[in-house]
Every structure is written in C-alpha cells, then in structure tokens.
Design a protein around this ligand. Structure first.
Ligand SMILES: [Zn+2]
Length: 191
C-alpha cells in the first residue's frame, strides 16, 4: 500500500464499497482514490487487479462511482432513477469484457480482458451495481443515518434495520455525538 493517502473502507458489496471511496459526501468529503495509482490499489484489493491506469480512466471511474451513488440513493428512497446515471452505469457495463471464472476450489474470480483493463474492471462494478439496484440480491438499499455521510449501502442484516454504512466509522461517530450531547445536557453525569 502507498502511504500518505486516505485508507480504504472495504465492505462485502463491491458496488457500495466503490461508492465508499468518496466518504463524508455531506461533510468534509474524503477522496480515497485521489490518483490513478490509488484506483489501481483499490481494484487490486477487490480482486480486479489491472496493470495501469490513466487520468482519463480515473475520471471514468469517478463518473461511474457518482452515477452508482445517485442511482443507489434514488433506489433507497424509492425515487425515480436519474436517467443520466443509468446511462453511465449501462455504458460501463456494456463496455467491460470481464469473464467470470470458476476456480478449482469453487470460488468465483474475474478475468479481465487483455487491453483495456480498467474499463473491464469498471464493467464488473457496474454490473454489481445493476444487480443490487434491480433488487436481484438478498438485501435492501438504505442510506446511512449519519447526516454528514448519507451513503447508500446494501443492508444484508436479517432484520434489514442497519442504520450506518459502516459501524466502525459512521456508527461510532454517531454514538460519540450522542454521548457528547447527553454530557452537555447533564453536566453532572460527566463527573
Ligand atoms: Zn455512513
């Protein structure tokens, strides 16, 4: 891993892990793929290793990311999907040439095409977004309850009542904010 850059927040759902590379969208936003190399790192961690990435490809990736964010947010609040976001997701999905490969151990891996690898990786991410937005998978799209975050995440909890996109960051931050607010209301309890 390269140092000096914000670390990645990794989740179990590819498409929403990808939208999580820009966090705190409604607060002090943190860009976790600020350079093409960081996108290469992120893809490698997520089983989509590519040889290289240009600035133009990073722009394509960010455009896809924000399109998935917009479409997933609309789906979470049962709003109409924004047409431009749907177009970008479909274009990226159609232009990817990745193949699903079954390993001898019975796991699914992605094999990217030889030439335009970043585009192939984005195709896999776009297809993953399509499957969750289309409601094909077991889970429910929801928005993070943290006001500075409001990220769309895929809730696979049994009760479908998850509140935060990430318990370790947004969940803890909210708990701390509530705790501090209570301390202010009851200064004595701080003793
Ligand atoms: Zn959050």
């Amino acid at each position: 891993m390269r140092t000096g850059f914000p670390d990645f927040r990794l989740g179990s759902v590819l498409a929403t892990s990808f939208t999580g590379t820009l966090s705190e969208r409604h607060g002090n936003a943190v860009e976790r793929i600020p350079t093409p190399h960081r996108l290469v790192d992120w893809l490698a961690v997520n089983g989509l290793a590519v040889d290289s990435c240009t600035t133009a490809q990073l722009e394509l990736a960010r455009e896809l990311r924000e399109s998935i964010h917009a479409a997933a947010t609309a789906a979470a609040i049962q709003d109409a999907l924004p047409a431009s976001a749907v177009q970008v997701i479909n274009d990226r999905s159609a232009q990817g040439r990745a193949a699903a490969i079954l390993t001898p151990g019975g796991e699914r891996r992605w094999r990217l095409g030889s030439a335009s690898c970043v585009e192939d990786a984005l195709g896999v991410i776009a297809a993953d977004a399509i499957s969750i937005i289309a409601g094909e998978r077991d889970g429910k799209l929801a928005l993070c309850a943290s006001p500075t975050c409001q990220a769309a995440f895929f809730d696979t909890s049994q009760s479908r009542t998850r509140k935060w996109c990430d318990m370790n960051t947004c969940g803890n931050r909210q708990k701390k904010a509530r705790f501090n607010a209570n301390q202010r209301k009851n200064p004595r309890s701080a003793e």
